[in-house]
Ligand binder design. Structure first.
Ligand code: BGC
Length: 812
């Protein structure tokens, strides 16, 4: 639909009806306008899958690896395929707008939503995001580039004022969004935070940079509940306030327009953009059913499994301990709690309910069945609060079926509604008129005698009973406005009580529903922790008798999640002890790290191999087993530099001072900061081993390049190792003697090539002209400094194999 047609539609509406369209009709839907042929558009989180309109564990979704894993792919074709998978999921669930990808940066390793972002580098983030966006939108489903901009950490995220110089904004934090706009993204989400004094939903960056400079013609949607004023946000280039129906726009915006405080043309422009979006996603004009591309459930699973392997990063492989040869194994020890209960995704608005999860333990057992014995030792229990009860150990007290009973009661305790559900965590229990209390109850059959921990989560008045014992009865006032905490991951209050093995108990959690306290309610339970020393000894004994020991360690929902930043990079203490004990017992110890972001690995030189699996999504175990047993090469390269210790990391700050968070490091984020300080990280950006070896033989680079033209490099390599493999050839730039400040070196492009053992291959890397330019704050324009640059070709930001000069001449 062209602009004239859109204008004609806008002209048909009076002010009230136009303004009505600019606030959501519900939490996830936009308003419909049947007279224009406009249907409601459905939005859904999030990056790792498409949850759909409701937060219901029975409505399952395909779960991708976390964004940090996708950042490790360095494979734009695969990313586009994953984007198509997200689109297929969106269509299956009636969703028009996917609230992904997240294009914020891994500025600090402590960032709570690190797992949901791709990389510390703006160029890699931009390429990764653009490829995913192309895939999503190729099927007529909208993608949303979020959170615009500088929402790189979580502390005080609703109010923090990020102070970042103009040039740094353009070159580092805005750059991935610019790439998204070039890729044709249909929505951009304005973040909660402020940048340089203005909250992002009212920021001049929306009109001046996003729309005027970059020519973005889509919709700027607010982050959920990020609109807190009427005039400022409406006058800025924000287009759609979500969620609804209540928002500071709605009727107040009509009044502001009538009072002459917001020009009506501004409203018209917003409506025009919304209609354009509707036309793009098939929500305007005659209804045409959207079809789901025919890959099918099995096809999706195969793609996700392939992605787990392609994203996993092999950091160390002493004496080529990996891949394990199944024919040479008779006993394998699989150790650690994350082997049987991997963490497949990060917490918060991005969460989805996968149909099922393939655990590493199950996948290894099935791959080695009939060949080798798999011995499992869980190791010590982690020191974390109990998790939500599950159908594995609970039944609905009414029907006896696996799960829990969720009831809604009126003020007199009369039942208004009851249903069996599959999780003790209910972010959005069904609501019915007159509901006063949510109750979650279950019959729990303890598998162990000892002191169990129970928990109830939510805000407001809550009680927790186990049989006739009242463990908790108190009011827990809401202390935050953060929607992710209020509606998704409310804090848990815990209490302990002794239970006897196999003697069932009736557990009942109740929470009063008061306006503003959110709907999320949780019933959690955790068994007594086994003796730490005995658990370590059991793990060491299992490792001792095995041909290889695979130890799975990782973070939990309590350390990485939306709404808060991390305070430490250390794994739970018992994990460090566990790896040390296992490595001491078996020299062929392989550690698999299951985290969304960096963790400290103080024992990293004591294990034979070290593999990062990230949060691998639903096919976790299948993909990891493929890598461990050599059916697939670990294809990932680090999208972010990993520190040996938090104390070494040059940029860590996430805590605002007096409301402000200055990005004092300027352009020097990630590996650039490490290079500038001269410190050595544990693993550099770009690092990752495959199962073969490569020799960089020579590089062809044109000696001269005209300003504004791409530079094409030809890198000749040979696979000198024992098997076929894929190599990611990386190119960095440096500019000695630059007249403007520059990073020591910065990432400028890459190409991935594959070759059989012994084969030669040429990687063609194109360095785009944008890699050389800098933002001139004085001229408010991009400039390219003529002169000699150095092209550095290597395997990571810290492993440069060859270097060539190229002289950039002024524009012809
Ligand atoms: C998050 C967004 C998300 C939105 C809707 C917000 O709290 O920051 O990423 O899309 O909620 O769930």
């Amino acid at each position: 639909m062209n602009d004239e047609q859109l204008d004609r539609l806008v002209d048909k509406l009076g002010l009230d009806r136009k303004v009505r369209l600019l606030t959501g009709a519900t939490t996830w839907r936009t308003a419909a306008e049947p007279d224009l042929g406009l249907r409601a558009m459905v939005c859904s989180d999030g990056p790792a899958g498409v949850r759909g309109e409701s937060w219901d564990e029975r409505r399952t979704s395909a779960l991708l690896p976390s964004a940090s894993a996708l950042g490790a792919l360095w494979d734009e074709e695969l990313l586009t395929e994953l984007g198509r998978l997200l689109a297929a999921e969106a269509i299956r669930k009636g969703v028009h707008v996917v609230l992904a990808p997240t294009l914020n940066l891994h500025r600090s390793p402590l960032g709570g939503r690190h797992f949901e972002c791709f990389s510390e580098d703006p160029e890699l983030t931009g390429r990764t995001g653009a490829a995913l966006i192309r895939g999503i939108q190729s099927q007529g489903v909208a993608a949303t580039a979020k959170h615009f901009v500088a929402n790189d950490s979580e502390t005080d995220r609703l109010t923090v004022d990020v102070r970042v110089p103009d040039r740094v904004l353009r070159e580092v934090y805005l750059a991935p969004f610019e790439r998204a706009v070039e890729a044709g993204v249909w929505l951009v989400m304005a973040a909660y935070n402020s940048v340089n004094g203005t909250t992002m939903t009212a920021s001049p960056l929306l009109a001046e940079v996003l729309k005027a400079h970059w020519g973005f013609d889509g919709v700027v949607v607010s982050d959920w509940a990020a609109v807190r004023t009427t005039r400022e946000t409406a006058r800025a280039a924000l287009d759609l306030a979500m969620p609804g129906p209540d928002s500071p726009w709605a009727t107040s915006l009509t009044d502001a327009v009538r009072a002459g405080e917001v020009p009506e043309q501004a409203v018209d422009d917003k409506v025009r953009r919304l209609l354009r979006l509707a036309a793009r996603v098939g929500a305007l004009g005659p209804h045409r059913p959207r079809t789901v591309p025919a890959r099918g459930h099995r096809g999706h699973r195969a793609l996700l499994r392939r992605t787990v392997a392609a994203a996993s990063v092999l950091l160390r492989n002493h004496d080529d301990v990996l891949p394990l040869d199944p024919a040479a194994l008779s006993t394998v020890a699989v150790i650690g709690a994350h082997a049987a209960t991997p963490r497949t995704q990060g917490g918060g608005s991005a969460e989805v309910h996968p149909t099922g999860t393939v655990t590493p333990l199950d996948a290894l057992r099935s791959a080695l069945r009939g060949r080798a014995r798999v011995v499992h030792a869980p190791g010590p229990a982690l020191d974390v609060p109990p998790g939500p009860v599950t159908p594995d150990h609970c039944t609905d007290p009414r029907s006896g079926a696996p799960g829990v009973l969720v009831r809604l009661l009126d003020g007199d305790g009369r039942e208004l509604h009851a249903e069996r559900r599959l999780s003790g965590r209910q972010p959005e229990p069904t609501l019915v008129a007159g509901a006063h209390t949510v109750e979650i109850s279950a019959l729990l059959r303890p598998h162990t005698t000892g002191t169990w921990t129970f928990g109830v989560g939510g805000f407001g008045r809550m009680t927790l009973r186990v049989d006739d014992r009242t463990l908790l009865d108190d009011a827990f006032p809401r202390q935050t406005d953060d929607p992710a905490i209020v509606h998704v991951t409310p804090p848990l209050r815990t209490a302990r009580t002794p239970l006897t093995s196999l003697r069932p108990v009736h557990v009942v959690a109740r929470r009063e529903l008061l306006p503003g306290d959110g709907r999320a309610t949780v019933l959690a339970a955790g068994p007594p922790a086994p003796d730490v020393r005995a658990a370590l000894a059991e793990a060491a004994a299992a490792a001792d008798g095995a041909d290889a020991a695979i130890v799975f360690v990782g973070t939990t929902e309590h350390s990485e999640g939306e709404g808060h930043d991390r305070t430490s990079l250390a794994l739970d203490g018992s994990y460090d002890d566990l790896v040390r004990a296992v490595a001491a017992a078996n020299p062929r110890t392989i550690a698999v790290v299951n985290s969304g972001g960096p963790v400290e690995l103080p024992w990293r030189d004591r294990v034979a191999a070290l593999l990062l699996s990230w949060f691998p999504g639903q096919e976790a175990g299948a993909g990891i087993a493929d890598v461990l047993l050599g059916r697939a090469e670990p294809g990932g390269r680090l999208p972010t530099t990993w520190a040996a210790r938090l104390a070494d990391a040059p940029v860590t700050g996430t805590r605002p001072t007096r409301g402000q968070l200055p990005y004092d490091e300027g352009l020097h984020v990630g590996y650039r900061a490490w290079l500038r300080t001269g410190r050595e990280p544990a693993y550099w950006f770009g690092h990752g081993l495959g199962y073969t070896r490569w020799e960089y033989e020579s590089v062809d680079v044109p000696p001269l390049a005209a300003e504004g033209s791409p530079i094409a490099l030809r890198v000749h390599l040979r696979n000198t190792g024992p098997r076929a493999g894929r190599e990611v050839v990386q190119v960095y730039l440096a500019r000695p003697g630059s007249t403007v400040e520059r990073p020591r070196r910065w990432f400028a492009g890459y190409a991935a090539v594959g070759a059989e053992a012994g084969q030669r291959v040429t990687a063609e890397v194109v360095v785009e002209p944008r890699a050389l330019r800098h933002w001139s704050t004085r001229d408010q324009e991009w400039r390219t400094e003529p002169g000699t640059y150095r092209l550095l070709v290597g395997r990571s930001a810290g492993d440069i194999r060859c270097e060539r000069p190229v002289t950039v001449t002024g524009a012809p």
